[in-house]
Design a protein around this ligand. Structure first.
Ligand SMILES: Nc1nc2c(ncn2[C@@H]2O[C@H](COP(=O)(O)OP(=O)(O)OP(=O)(O)O)[C@@H](O)[C@H]2O)c(=O)[nH]1
Ligand SMILES: [Mg+2]
Length: 387
């Protein structure tokens, strides 16, 4: 009986132990029905295993590569070579050709050159804006030559006029641009100045093309900060030939834009920096002082090698007064005569050089991108006389 009781107690204890130890363990192993199962993250570089059927997982798709947009570099213009541009554009001088060229040739070819003919010759020269001094000088020389030569064939008249005009213009004057003449002085700094609307920005843009055509790298400085449109206008020119434009805030200090442009040109190892300035009336002292400051500030880090004064040829003698004032403020080194295509006053080339003692270096003969020509006296006179 005792044995039976002991056995029963042992069995009961064993059952109790089983319930206490094994059942909780089994419970821990059973899957939880409340927590959703998330698939394990795949190892990097492996493909994720398909999710178990009962778990709703958005289908994992192989990542689609964004198409890389091929950004083609903007097509740049190839500017026309500068050599021979004046010959190409000779017909643009049509109005000056008919007065200075054909007009004078016809008068000088008359059989008898009486006083009234000489007066007509003088009027023609004055009308072409040659200026009083150069006109009297030329008439005097022509009179002497005609007296010496006696009878004249048309060819002789042409040769005489050609040689006298060339003497007046100055065939041997150095008209080279610093940026071309001194390739080792880099960056060559050019300041473009003038009164409102003469063609400064257009000339700066065209000049960038002249330099690019001659194998130079160019950076533009938009120191006309009066209007944002002025910087946009310049930048458009630069973009066409791959020349970067440094610009400042509208209404900002033009001197600091010019300074920054020259600094960046040096950092970029660029050959030439061209600084466009705002149009300013030569009679406004404040604006002229500001221009002087632009130059002085640039000179704190580099010489200004070239100061180009852009004169509108159609304004004639008025341009000479402007030229005088600008020359005093910024020491002009070269004249650009713009819009010579729209005037009969080709004599201004001679007059302005006389007035300033500064050579005409470039002439504008139209609104086309490559309608700016290095001034070549022989080609100019030939264009006037031959049409
Ligand atoms: N026909 C002709 N037009 C020209 C020539 N050069 C410039 N122009 C025109 O003259 C106008 C004025 O040119 P801009 O370059 O804007 O003149 P700007 O001096 O910069 O003017 P502001 O900055 O306002 O002082 C434009 O319509 C040019 O196309 C030229 O040689 N021939
Ligand atoms: Mg401008």
């Amino acid at each position: 009986m005792d044995v039976l009781i002991v056995t029963t107690v042992v069995v009961l204890l064993a059952c109790a132990a089983f319930v206490a130890l094994v059942v909780p363990a089994l419970k821990r192993q059973a899957p939880s029905k409340t927590r959703p199962k998330t698939p394990p993250a795949p190892e990097p570089g492996t493909i994720a295993a398909p999710a178990p059927a009962e778990v709703v997982v958005p289908p994992t798709e192989a990542p689609v590569e964004e198409p890389v947009e091929e950004r083609a570099a903007p097509a740049l213009d190839v500017p026309e070579p500068t050599a021979g541009r004046l010959t190409r554009l000779r017909s643009r001088l049509a109005r000056s050709q008919s007065s200075l060229g054909k007009g004078l040739l016809t008068l000088l070819s008359r059989d008898v050159l009486d006083e009234s003919t000489w007066e007509e010759i003088e009027e023609t020269l004055l009308g072409a804006d040659l200026g009083v001094g150069p006109t009297q000088e030329l008439v005097e020389r022509l009179r002497t030559q005609v007296r010496v030569q006696g009878s004249r064939t048309p060819d002789e008249v042409r040769a005489l006029l050609r040689s006298e005009l060339l003497t007046l213009i100055g065939e041997d004057t150095d008209r080279s641009l610093h940026a071309i003449r001194c390739p080792d002085e880099r960056p060559s700094v050019t300041l473009v100045v003038g009164v409102n609307g003469t063609g400064k920005t257009t000339t700066t843009g065209k000049l960038a093309r002249v330099l690019v055509a001659d194998g130079r790298t160019v950076l533009l400085g938009a120191a006309d900060t009066f209007r944002a449109a002025a910087a946009d206008q310049l930048q458009t020119w630069g973009d066409r030939v791959g020349a970067r434009t440094v610009r400042g805030p509208e209404g900002g200090d033009p001197a600091s834009v010019a300074f920054e442009a020259v600094k960046q040109a040096a950092g970029d190892d660029v050959d030439a920096v061209l600084i466009d300035t705002a149009g300013r009336l030569h009679t406004k002292t404040g604006l002229m002082d500001e221009l002087g400051k632009v130059k002085r500030v640039v000179e704190k880090q580099s010489p200004v090698h070239e100061v180009l004064l852009v004169l509108d040829a159609t304004t004639g003698q008025n341009g000479l007064t402007q030229a005088r004032v600008f020359a005093e403020v910024v020491a002009v080194t070269g004249i650009v005569l713009s819009k010579l295509d729209g005037t009969a006053k080709g004599g201004i080339v001679i007059a302005v050089q006389r007035e300033l003692g500064v050579p005409v270096k470039l002439i504008g003969l139209g609104e086309g991108a490559d309608d700016l020509a290095p001034f070549d006296p022989a080609a100019f006179v030939d264009a006037l006389l031959e049409g």
